[in-house]
Design a protein around this ligand. Structure first.
Ligand code: NAD
Ligand code: TDX
Length: 333
C-alpha cells in the first residue's frame, strides 16, 4: 500500500488520476488543491473516504507542502495554472503557482527523500510547422512560447536541476492536449460543445489550421501511473496517442455530432503567439514501459465526451457565463 500526495487533484487531469488510483491500485490518496476557479469537487464525488482525502491549500505554501510530502511515499505534482489565454491576460499566478509551487514541492521532496512525478506539457517544446515530418521527442530542445508554457518549462528545469544537484528521485512527463469529462469550459473542446448546447456557435482562433495532438484524459492518467511505478528516475517521458487534428477538424466533428451544419462556426481574433502545431512521438513510453492508449480512436472518445457534456449541463452551466464574459473582453467571443 502506498500513500500518494496528488497536487491539483481536484482539477481536470488530477481528478482523473485520483480516479485511476482508486480503481486500479490500492494507494491511499491525499489531494492538495487550492480550489481555484478551475477545480471541481464534484469530479471527486463518490470516491471512498477511506481512500481519498482533501487538504485545501496552496502548493506554494512551503511549511504545508513540507509536512504533507513528509507524510507520503510519493508525490504526483499536477497543481498549476493551466490555461494559455489566462496567462496572456494575467501571467502573475502562472509564475507563482507553476514555478514557485514546483520549487516548494522539490524542496520538500529533497528534504524527505520522497519520490516525485512532475506532470508537464508538450508546450515546453514550442511548436512545429504544419508540414514538418518530425514530432516532439524527449530530445527536442525547450522553446516555450506563452507565459504558461514558459512557466511550465521553468518548472521542468528546476526538477532536472534538483535531480542532478540533489539526487531528488523524480520523473517528468510531457503530455499533449487532453480531452474528456470534467474539463473546464474555458478549454477548446468543452467551450465549443457548450457554445453549441447554449444555442451559440464555436469560436475558432485565427484560421483554425492549428494542429493539436489529442489524448483522452484517462490515458494520460494511466500513463502517469505507469511512469510512477516503472519509470527510470531522472527521465522524461512524452505521452501522446497519435491524435493530431486541426482545430477546424475538431469543430466539424463537434458540429456533426450535435446535428449542426458544418459551417456553423465563427472565426475570431487570433491568440497572441499562438503555437501552430504540437505532435508527440511517445515511442519511449510505449517501448520502454509498455504503455498503450485505451482510447486510440479520437472520434469515438470525442463523441463520448460530447455526450458527457450533454448529460452534465448542471455541472458546467454555472461557469459558462463568466468564462464567456472573459473571452468577450479579449475579443474572442
Ligand atoms: P486544471 O486547471 O483543470 O486543474 C488545475 C488544478 O490545480 C485545479 O484543481 C486548481 O485548483 C489547482 N491549483 C491551481 N493553483 C494551485 C495552487 N497554487 N495550489 C494548489 N492547487 C492549485 O488543469 P489540468 O488541465 O488538469 O492540468 C493539470 C496539469 O497537467 C497541469 O500541470 C498542466 O500543466 C498539465 N497538462 C495539462 C494538459 C491539458 O491538456 N489540460 C496537457 C499536458 C499537461
Ligand atoms: O475558443 C477557443 N478557440 C480556439 O480556436 C479556444 C479556447 C482555443 N482555441 C484553439 C487554441 C489552440 O490551438 O484551440 C486549441 C486548443 O486550445 P486550448 O484548449 O486553450 O489548449 P492549448 O492552448 O493547446 O493548451 C492545452 O494543451 C496543453 C492545455 O490548456 C494546456 O494546459 C496543456 O499544457
Amino acid at each position: 500500500m502506498q500513500r500518494i500526495l496528488v497536487t491539483g487533484g481536484a482539477g481536470f487531469i488530477g481528478s482523473a488520476f485520483v480516479r485511476h488510483l482508486v480503481q486500479h491500485t490500492d494507494a491511499v490518496v491525499t489531494v492538495l488543491d487550492k480550489l481555484t476557479y478551475a477545480a471541481s469537487l464534484e469530479s471527486l464525488d463518490g470516491l471512498p473516504s477511506e481512500r481519498v482525502s482533501l487538504v485545501v491549500g496552496d502548493v506554494a505554501d512551503q511549511p504545508l507542502v513540507d509536512r504533507l510530502v513528509g507524510e507520503h511515499d510519493a508525490v504526483v505534482h499536477l497543481a498549476a495554472e493551466s490555461h494559455n489565454d489566462n496567462s496572456l491576460t494575467e501571467p502573475g499566478p502562472f509564475i507563482q503557482t507553476n514555478i514557485v509551487g514546483t520549487f516548494c514541492v522539490l524542496e520538500a521532496a529533497r528534504r524527505h527523500g520522497t519520490r516525485l512525478h512532475h506532470v508537464s506539457t508538450d508546450e515546453v517544446y514550442g511548436d512545429l510547422e504544419l508540414d514538418d515530418p518530425q514530432r516532439f521527442t524527449e530530445a527536442t530542445p525547450y522553446n516555450p512560447s506563452s507565459p504558461y508554457s514558459a512557466a511550465k518549462a521553468g518548472a521542468d528545469h528546476l526538477v532536472r536541476a534538483w535531480v542532478r544537484s540533489f539526487g531528488v528521485r523524480a520523473t517528468i512527463s510531457s503530455c499533449s492536449n487532453n480531452y474528456g469529462p470534467w474539463q473546464h469550459v474555458e478549454k477548446f473542446v468543452p467551450r465549443q460543445v457548450t457554445n453549441v448546447l447554449e444555442g451559440g456557435r464555436p469560436k475558432v482562433y485565427g484560421t483554425g489550421a492549428n494542429v493539436r495532438d489529442w489524448i483522452h484524459v484517462a490515458d494520460h492518467a494511466a500513463a502517469v501511473w505507469t511512469i510512477l511505478e516503472r519509470g527510470r528516475l531522472g527521465e522524461t517521458y512524452l505521452i501522446g496517442a497519435d491524435g493530431e487534428r486541426t482545430n477546424l477538424e475538431v469543430v466539424a466533428m463537434i458540429l456533426e455530432r450535435l446535428g449542426r451544419p458544418a459551417d456553423d462556426y465563427d472565426l475570431v481574433a487570433e491568440r497572441a503567439g499562438h503555437d501552430l502545431r504540437y505532435a508527440i512521438d511517445s515511442t519511449k513510453l510505449r517501448d520502454e514501459l509498455g504503455w498503450t492508449p485505451a482510447y486510440p480512436d479520437f472520434a469515438e472518445g470525442l463523441a463520448a465526451t460530447i455526450d458527457w457534456y450533454v448529460d452534465h449541463r448542471d455541472w458546467w452551466a454555472p461557469h459558462k457565463h463568466a468564462t464567456e464574459a472573459a473571452y468577450a473582453l479579449r475579443g474572442q467571443a
